[in-house]
Design a protein. Structure first.
Length: 128
């Protein structure tokens, strides 16, 4: 059976590309690779994140649980949480699962998370 190998990239619609780039660079520490009037490419480890201008971007978060989680080292989560809050990120959920997490929205209302656990640690913490 043929299957996908993983995520190639993620594209997020944003109202203001420059504002979004500033949030992701200063708040999350992503590396800006290229920016133009209607978009930008950023990198976090092997993740390629595209920000694309779209006037139809909602101004409030979706009501469901859908979100993107960024991987962080557990000894850096407190400092990164502070950076995110200082950049304008707003907490949308308290962590109740395995691993350290901070759930937040970006300036366009995308639901995001920084998380220090792995799939293996999550599975090990689940009841039999």
């Amino acid at each position: 059976m043929t299957s996908v190998r993983g995520l190639n990239h993620i594209t997020l619609a944003v109202r203001d590309v420059s504002r979004a780039v500033k949030f992701y660079v200063e708040g999350l520490g992503l590396t800006l690779r290229k920016q133009w009037k209607t978009g930008a490419y950023l990198e976090a480890g092997s993740l390629w994140l595209c920000l694309s201008h779209d006037d139809n971007t909602p101004t409030t978060p979706h009501k469901d649980y859908t979100h993107l989680a960024f991987d962080v080292r557990s000894n850096e989560i407190d400092e990164l949480t502070t950076q995110i809050k200082n950049a304008g990120g707003i907490c949308w959920k308290e962590n109740r699962s395995e691993g350290e997490s901070f759930y937040f929205t970006d300036l366009d209302g995308h639901k995001l998370e920084i998380h220090s656990g792995t799939l293996a640690s999550r599975l090990a913490a689940m009841p039999c």
